[in-house]
Design a protein around this ligand. Structure first.
Ligand code: ATP
Length: 253
């Protein structure tokens, strides 16, 4: 669980992020949505401890900055937006999720190997385990990285654009996977342009504009707030057709 109070971050280029108050709870999927450049990744990077910031970020009750690297990795796993393609196979990448909490001796025990396999099966990459990262598709690479983050077995997941490169069916599967992780008690936080999925599947939507939180709350409350069209340039509307995949559809602003 993450609690933010008075968070601030200023870039040299002039962009500033300011979040007065935000709670990202255990057992919930929380979605950060907003236009390109509104600050979603910057906020996630502050929450992950990657960027220095003003104000307070509590991670499971402890000030984020007071936690050492390994302690933080036990509580929090972060999937960045940019995915590198190091010279390794999919299985080794997933094992890196376990390395985050192990010491200098990176020997995986039985529990580690079980967590890695579970994460790879959940994300559908177990069958790709021997393939080199350079030899798989963009969507497969996205899922391989997701396996690494899930294998870390942390209570809070920060995922930057986890649906990037995924086809329509995999996007749907991802929404189910995130729901399942939340039901296991994790705080799942996603920055996404997949607005339909965010409003349809998240417990909480945090709508961002110009480095600020324009609205936050349950999807229905944010959808009715009048803040969506100004923030996104498009609207959302709840649909009453059970045949539709997503409960919320995009509309003209
Ligand atoms: N490494 C960087 N150096 C300088 N400015 C940056 C850097 N990364 C992002 N910015 C700027 O910070 C602001 C917020 O960017 P950020 O990546 O947080 O937005 P975002 O909402 O995640 O965007 P997107 O949806 O395009 O990924 C933008 O004005 C962007 O140009």
């Amino acid at each position: 669980m993450i609690g933010v109070k008075g968070l601030s971050f200023v870039r040299d280029g002039g962009f500033s992020l300011a979040v007065d108050s935000l709670e990202l709870n255990d057992g919930q999927v929380s979605a950060l949505v907003g236009k390109n450049g509104c600050g979603k990744s910057t906020l996630l990077r502050c929450l992950a401890g990657v960027l220095p910031h003003g104000g307070s970020i509590l991670l499971d009750g402890a000030e984020l900055g007071s936690l050492g690297h390994r302690e933080r990795a036990r509580h929090l796993a972060y999937l960045p937006q940019e995915l590198g393609c190091p010279q390794m196979d999919v299985y080794t990448l997933a094992c890196h999720g376990r390395f985050a909490t192990l010491g200098a001796v990176r020997t995986l025990g039985e529990r580690d190997r079980r967590l890695v396999r579970q994460a790879m099966e959940l994300t559908g990459v177990w069958g790709l385990r021997d393939r080199r990262l350079a030899d798989i598709s963009g969507g497969e690479l996205q899922r391989a990285y997701l396996a690494m983050v899930v294998a870390q077995d942390a209570g809070t997941l920060l995922l930057d654009e986890p649906s990037a490169h995924l086809d329509a069916h995999r996007r749907w599967e991802l929404a189910g996977l995130l729901r399942r992780l939340a039901e296991e008690g994790l705080a799942v936080v996603v920055a996404t342009h997949d607005v339909e999925s965010a409003f349809s599947c998240a417990d909480k939507v945090c709508l961002m504009a110009d480095g600020r939180v324009a609205a936050q709350g349950p999807p229905g409350v944010v959808a009715a707030s009048g803040a969506v069209a100004p923030a996104l340039g498009v609207g959302v509307a709840e649909q009453d057709d059970p045949k539709l995949l997503w409960r919320y559809a995009l509309t003209r602003a």
